[in-house]
Structures are given as C-alpha cells and as structure tokens.
Design a protein around this ligand. Structure first.
Ligand SMILES: Nc1ncnc2c1ncn2[C@@H]1O[C@H](COP(=O)(O)OP(=O)(O)OP(=O)(O)O)[C@@H](O)[C@H]1O
Length: 262
C-alpha cells in the first residue's frame, strides 16, 4: 500500500492536566493518486493526524509508512498546505515558490519548475508581485504551487480554503480539481465541509470523536467536475450529514456542559 496508517494513536502529555488521548488504533490505507478527504467534528484529531503524516507531531502508537519507509520526521516527500498560506512577505511570488527547491536543484531546473507550477495555478503574470499584493485565494494558490514544486509523494492539505469567502472557495475547488487531474498527486485533505469533501474527493473518511476514530469510509465514484445540485451528490451529502450529526451534537453538548459548570 502506498500510504499505510497502521494502528496509529496519539496521546498529548501535559504536566498540569496529565495525558490526553486524542485517538488510538486509526487504520487507513491510501492508494497512490487517490484524493482522500478527512471529515469530522472539531477536536476529533484531523489536524493532529495530518501533522503526524507530515512528521511534525510524534506518533504515540503504531506506525505510518509511506512507500515502504516509516515516517519519523518531516521530509520533502510530503508537501503541506495550511489554512493560512504562511508565505514569506519579503519575497515575491516566484521567490516564495522557489524557496524550498533552490538548494535541491540547479538554477535552471528550479526556474523551469517554478514557471511550470505558477502557470498551473494561473499566477505567471504575478510572479514578481509581493504576496501581500495578492488576494487570499491567490496567496493560497502560491502555497499550493510551492508545495507542488517540491514534487512530494503526498500533498497534505489542512483546511486550505477555510479562510476564503464562499465564491473564492468554489473557484479554488475547480482549480484544485484541475491540478489533481493534471498531476494525479496523492492528496489528503482535511475539511469541515461535507460539500467540499464530496465535490473534490475519490474517498471521504469520516471521523468521530471522544475518542477520535474512523466511523465511515465512503467511495465517491462520480464524474468530475461535480455539480452541487446533482442528485447523487446531494444523496451522498445527506448520508454523511446523518452520520456526523450525532458526533457534532456530542461535541456541542460537552462544550455546553463545560460552560454551565464553569
Ligand atoms: N499540542 C497539543 N497539546 C495538547 N493537546 C492538543 C495539542 N494539539 C491538539 N491538541 C488537542 O487534540 C485534540 C485534537 O485536535 P485537532 O486540532 O487535531 O482536532 P481537529 O479535528 O483538527 O479539530 P478542528 O476541526 O477544530 O481543527 C483537541 O482536543 C486538541 O485540543
């Protein structure tokens, strides 16, 4: 299997509150070229799991294996895109995309690669602009180009469009679908949005909480681009919503009880 999340658990240790188990025994096998979304209520551990695959968080139990190698630390085989694009404001668009690869490739190769991915995200005309001169959607496209320029085996995306307005988000969905069809990168995409997950993915993994766990795994076998008003899309959205409702209510009730008792 291309990416194997094998009985993985995460416990945070805190000196004041002791230890807190976010999840245990998470098992997921992800095929190469698959676009997989991870959905779930707040706090179920979606971002933590993604950070563990990125090598940014320690793995408390089990192992994560990418193409036969166990993940222990961050590496260029995994590209990450966060909700905030985290670009360097003192560099222009081209320099931002170039940054992670400039020491790995010759100048000519790096330039070619940067130009290729800036073209893919439709930002060639803006390559000499500073990132603060760009809209939120354009900044996120720079972050995607930067992650792709490293040619990672897996692209890890943590709510990348969560901070964008609705119209821009729809445009970004179409852009990402085109990029995925062109590159066929393996993508793991964390989101809160059922619509977003179903519109983009081959597969939607639904997590529950307290304790964090996988509660369902849906195959989305529908042609792209997917329309929001397509009957099969709506049917699938309703199925996932039904599953998530209880989990979200559980979180809301706990938060409410916590407020009342404090
Ligand atoms: N560094 C940390 N130390 C202690 N607890 C943490 C740490 N990071 C995350 N947590 C806790 O782990 C749980 C899972 O957090 P995580 O951010 O992975 O959830 P999530 O499903 O991505 O949530 P959201 O959808 O709100 O982003 C939460 O209860 C969070 O408070």
């Amino acid at each position: 299997m291309f990416l194997n999340i094998d009985q993985v658990g995460k416990t945070f240790k805190d000196q004041e509150q002791g230890s807190f188990e976010v999840f245990s025994n998470i098992k997921l096998s992800i095929e190469e070229n698959q676009f997989v979304s991870i959905l779930g209520p707040s706090g179920c551990g979606k971002s933590t799991l993604l950070s563990m695959i990125a090598g940014l968080e320690d793995i408390s139990e089990g192992a994560i294996i990418l193409e036969g190698s166990e993940i222990k630390r961050p590496g260029p085989d995994r590209g990450m895109v966060f909700q905030e694009p985290s670009l360097f404001p003192w560099l222009n668009v081209k320099e931002n995309v170039m940054y992670p690869i400039k020491k790995l490739l010759s100048k000519k190769e790096a330039e070619e690669r940067v130009n290729h991915f800036l073209k893919m995200v439709h930002l060639s005309k803006f390559k000499n602009h500073y990132t603060y001169e760009l809209s939120g959607g354009m900044q996120q496209r720079v972050a995607i180009a930067r992650a792709l320029a490293m040619d990672p085996k897996v692209l890890l995306m943590d709510e990348p469009f969560g901070a964008l307005d609705e119209q821009t988000r729809h445009i970004m969905h179409d852009e990402l679908t085109k990029i995925w069809l062109e590159t066929k990168k393996t993508i793991l995409f964390v989101t809160h949005s059922i619509q977003e997950a179903i519109k983009l993915s081959d597969r939607v993994v639904v997590m529950g909480t307290r304790p964090g766990r996988v509660i369902a795994d849906f195959k989305v076998d529908l042609p792209r681009p997917r329309k929001r008003d397509d009957a099969q899309v709506i049917e699938l959205e309703n199925q996932v919503m039904e599953l998530l409702k209880d989990e979200i209510n559980k979180v809301l009730k706990e938060e409410l009880d916590h407020e009342i008792s404090h």
